[in-house]
Structures are given as C-alpha cells and as structure tokens.
Write a protein that binds this ligand. Structure first.
Ligand SMILES: [Zn+2]
Length: 319
C-alpha cells in the first residue's frame, strides 16, 4: 500500500476568518462593507469546508502506489497559480480545482463562463474554472518538461457539495462530484513510470521551497476600506463595546464596569491585521487611546511581536 502526505496549507483560515469578523465589528452598523464582509466570511468558510472535505477524502484513499497531496499550493511558474489540490504520483499528476458553488450549474461557451441558478430563480455568472484549469495544466506540464519529466498532467473540476447540480458540463474538462473522485483516480493509467524516487523528492522540495506564502493582510487594502471608517479603541471583552479606558493597571469599561488587564492585545492584533502590517508606539497610542509612551512600550514589549528598528523608529509586527 502507498503512503501519502498532505504537505502545504497556505495560511491559517481560522485566523483569517477571525480577522474578517473583527474588521466587520470595527465598521459602523450602516457601512455597506459589513454585508460584503459577511458574504466573504461565509464564502471562505464554505470553501474551507469543501476543500477540507475533498482533501480528507483523498487522504483516505488506498492505492497500490505512493501519492503526494499538496493542498493550496501557490506557485509562480509562468504566471501565479493557486492550485487547490495537486495530486502527484510517479505515473501522473492531477490538478483538482474545487468549486464551492451551490445550485444549478451550467458551463457556457463563447465566451466561457459558469452560470448558476439558485432555487429562488436568482442567476449569477462566474468566471469559467475550465479556462484557468487548462492554463494551470499547460503551465505545470511545461514546467515538468523543462525539468526533463514527461509526466502526464490532468485537470478536474470538483464540486464538493451535494447541493450543486451540474446541468450542463464543460465539453473538454472532467467534472467530478465528491463521490466520483476515488473512481476517477483508480482508473488512471499506471502502465508507465514517469518519475523515479529522486525526481519525486526533487519535486516535493521544489514545490515547498517555491511555495509563495499568501498574506491577506492588511485587510483594509484587500477589501478597499478607508482607514477612517475603522472604529478605534479597545473592545470590552465582556459587552463588546469599544473605548475601554486605561488606568495604571487595568482597562475599564464605562458601559458594563468590566475590568481587564490585557484587553489591548486584541486591539493591537486588530491594528496589525486590519490597518497596517506594522505599528509604532505613537500609532498604537492613537488607536488604543493611551497617553503614556512608557506604558504603551511595556504593553507592546510584553506581546509576542517582532520588533524592527530602534528608539522612536521602532515598529512592531506580527510574528
Ligand atoms: Zn463592557
């Protein structure tokens, strides 16, 4: 029986999801971006569930040969490619593109697009995953050829949710429901070995070394939100109201009279994920409403942050 390895996970989805929630909390109730962020939150959460489900399904697979699973591989070959799942064996490679789209799905040609109809009749258009997948297959195939490896590369679009109904599939690309994946892989041609152990080892190292770390922060740039619309202050961990006040040793909430020693930590993390990837003492005091420079210094130093620069040019970043 073969072994398998799940190797790459681009970034922590849980942190990212939490950061989106925190950003949404720091926008006024009437800000239309709040709704947009809520959709985004649900979209990522669904995507995460769908992809995880497929990765787990693949990881359980029993095959008479070794296979390697890369989840969320972000490479720059000819262009930047974010591969949902790469399935690598000595006989073939498959790129799986996961589509977390529910409803009735139709692949339309000329121009290529994907049309989705919801039960209530709403129709949405999406970019065709077929074009992107073909491009990825082409680039990866070329990459292998340039390294002297003539291994076949396949692509398949996977719909992990049972609430996706494929009314009209694409003509040239394999489309799979979650139950079709195992069979699809077992039917793969395994007559000829294209990669020896050294080549596989080389590829694993190469992919990991060249995997681009995906950094979604700061979120205001990513979601095109102005810095001015972000509510400042330290949030009370008990009642959720912003604007706790700092005394010598504690944060105090005027709303519910709660006291906290370290409520500033979440606010500083919010700053570093939402507003900017670095913060100075001055910026931090403005954001947290702290007057005392030394007190602010102590709070920043106690946290597990990366320190860059010296004296008043010191900047703090997330590790
Ligand atoms: Zn409170």
């Amino acid at each position: 029986m073969g072994e398998h390895t799940v190797i790459v996970k681009a970034y922590s989805d849980t942190h990212y999801l939490q950061a989106i929630k925190n950003l949404s909390h720091r926008l006024s109730l009437t800000n239309p971006k709040r709704q947009e962020l809520e959709f985004e939150y649900n979209r990522i959460k669904a995507g995460d569930t769908g992809e995880k489900f497929i990765v787990e399904k693949l990881a359980q697979l029993k095959l008479p040969y070794d296979f390697y699973l890369f989840h969320n591989l972000f490479l720059n070959i000819e262009s930047k490619m974010q591969i949902d799942i790469l399935f690598l064996t000595k006989y073939y490679a498959i790129i799986f593109e996961i589509k977390n789209i529910k409803g009735k799905i139709e692949f339309i040609k000329n121009p290529d697009q994907l049309m989705r109809t919801l039960p209530n009749g709403d129709i949405d258009g999406f970019d065709s995953p077929e074009l992107q997948l073909k491009e990825y297959v082409y680039e990866l195939k070329n990459f292998f050829l340039n390294k002297g490896m003539n291994i076949p590369v396949y692509g398949a679009i996977v719909f992990p949710f049972s609430s996706s109904f494929i009314m009209r599939p694409p003509t040239e690309t394999k489309v799979l429901r979650k139950n079709g994946i195992k069979g699809f892989i077992r039917d793969m041609e395994t007559k000829k070995i294209f990669l020896n152990n050294n080549q596989i080892e080389f590829l694993i190292k190469h992919f990991l070394r060249n995997h681009l770390e995906y950094n979604p922060y700061p979120l205001i740039n990513r979601y095109n939100i102005s810095k001015e619309s972000i509510v400042k202050g330290v949030m009370c961990p008990k009642c959720g109201v912003y604007g706790m006040q700092r005394s010598a040793y504690n944060w105090y909430c005027k709303n519910c009279h709660h006291k906290s020693k370290n409520a500033h930590e979440n606010a500083i993390k919010d700053y570093l994920t939402i507003i900017n990837e670095s913060v100075t003492n001055k910026e931090c005091r403005e954001f947290l409403n702290v007057q005392d420079i030394d007190q602010m210094n102590k709070m920043l130093r106690k946290m597990d942050l990366k320190k860059v620069g010296k004296f008043r040019y010191t900047k703090y970043m997330l590790n």
